[in-house]
Design a protein around this ligand. Sequence first.
Ligand SMILES: [Zn+2]
Length: 174
Amino acid sequence: MRTRHLENDTIINVAQLLKAPVGTERFFTVHLDYLTLDSDLGVRDVTASVRLLRTSSGILATGELHVSAHLTCVRCLTEFDNRYSETFEAEYWPTVDVLTGLPLPPPEDEDIFTIDQNHHLDLHELLRQFAILALPSYPVCGPQCPGPESLWRQEEEIVDARLAVLQALLDERP
Ligand SMILES: [Zn+2]
């Protein structure tokens, strides 16, 4: 089975796949230098293997993605790099009928991705959402993590600083 590669691109024209019988598959690999997750977080060197499957209602995308992230350890506040993986499965609904060009009713479930009127299926939002899921909620730099003692020391300094501010405010009161 031929696999197509997308380099720094997430858009696939699925017109032919939409015309194909239910059960038809297409395989892709994707590589992105960088993927923005939200305003202050992104991941690098994103790779994904993607299978698109023609279903009776649209296209089912399944696969696995790998991302490199630069995170801050919750225990010791050290910044570190690590690679994370996540499997994904998501449905894409066509917004127009591929044979007639007529608009189709939108999916009842708002979370379902859509294929635009030019039959372009965009993997970007799918990869973004599952890249977020791939990252740990509580990143720890590794088994060699010096532990929270170093964090406590920093917290004490912050508390000391806050108390100093509070004391200064109190001192200012007439
Ligand atoms: Zn750590």
